[in-house]
Design a protein around this ligand. Structure first.
Ligand SMILES: Nc1nc2c(c(=O)[nH]1)N[C@H]1C(S)=C(S)[C@@H](COP(=O)(O)O)O[C@H]1N2
Ligand SMILES: [Mo]
Length: 303
């Protein structure tokens, strides 16, 4: 068994043919790709586009990061001088041991591993990205949540001096998101420190961002400065901006359309000149791992 290295397996070479590919990688976390049985049995029903890593070029130039503007190329064009060092993250609220950690301390305490996850934007496109990160639950366990900690609130940085988008009332700044505590503790939920084996580019949320693969991309807040354990369900910036369009849960669900467009399919970014559309899958393909979190819930009501 050999570790997966980008020098050995270029995006073009890692086409695969098993539906479980992404999920297995997500769970096996930076583990064996080359030489593993993932490549051996074929399943023609899955399109190769669905399973090809999105080129680094697209991952780092086609972004949503409204702090730097609403255009897709605004983040890469306007975030290069953004200062991410020094950077502290406060983990507090309903916890026994609130803590402030520098990024150096975080990198040292929580080694990053590779997770290949699909990011499905609510706008109807997706990318498959090799993230570097670690489970959020590792940091949460460190601070010992109290019995009142029912939700986790994620707060991104507020810095209108450096972030031109924050000078306009596009969203309720700073960018805020939330998860239920069991969603936050789930092993698939990670804090991201890099991608493609490199330090996280500014436009992707450096130095630390969330990634929740079964939810729409906007749940994955960038440039986090505060992770707060709370008793009440937090109101995210998107819920506040448009409550009938963006709910708290925001689980990827092809059967619940956005009020203004269908969620049944998604455009694969970088998949060719004619961007192919593929069917969107329940929980973005991670249903085997996460469906049990929502047993008995009406997912049309709790969208
Ligand atoms: N702070 C902050 N985080 C954010 C956003 C944002 O505008 N601000 N956009 C979200 C949206 S809509 C998506 S799809 C993803 C995009 O992540 P990526 O640019 O790394 O692909 O980031 C999410 N995190
Ligand atoms: Mo998005």
């Amino acid at each position: 068994m050999k570790r997966f290295k980008y020098s050995e397996v270029t995006p073009e070479k890692i086409y695969n043919n098993r539906r479980t590919f992404i999920k297995n990688l997500g769970l096996a976390a930076g583990s064996t790709l080359v030489g593993s049985n993932l490549f051996t049995s074929a399943d023609a029903s899955t399109s190769k586009e669905e399973l090809k890593l999105t080129d680094y070029r697209y991952v780092t130039t086609y972004n949503n990061y409204y702090e730097f503007g609403t255009g897709k190329s605004d983040p890469v064009e306007r975030s290069q001088k953004f200062k991410t060092n020094p950077w502290d993250i406060v983990i507090d609220g309903e916890v026994e041991n609130p803590i402030t950690l520098s990024m150096e301390e975080i990198t040292e305490m929580f080694p990053s591993e590779e997770r290949i996850y699909k990011l499905r934007c609510v706008e109807g496109w997706s990318m498959i990205i090799p993230w570097l990160g670690f489970p959020l639950n590792k940091i949460l366990k460190k601070v010992s949540p109290t019995s009142k900690a029912k939700f986790v609130k994620f707060i991104s940085v507020l810095d209108p001096e450096q972030m031109i988008g924050q000078r306009f009332p596009i969203l309720d700044w700073p960018y805020k998101e939330g998860l239920r505590i069991d969603e936050a503790m789930h092993d698939l939920t990670i804090l991201v420190t890099g991608l493609y084996g490199k330090k996280l580019p500014n436009q992707n949320g450096s130095p630390l961002r969330l990634m929740v693969p079964w939810k729409y991309g906007f749940k994955s807040s960038k440039a986090l400065v505060n992770i707060k354990l709370v008793e009440k369900m937090p109101t995210s910036s998107w819920m506040k901006a448009s409550p009938n369009e963006y709910g708290f849960y925001s689980n990827v669900n092809p059967r619940v359309d956005h009020p203004r467009w269908s969620q049944a399919t998604e455009r694969v970014i970088g998949g060719g000149i004619i961007s192919p559309r593929i069917p969107t899958t329940m929980f973005n393909g991670y249903g085997d791992e996460v469906a049990s979190l929502y047993t008995g819930m009406d997912l049309k009501k709790y969208f």
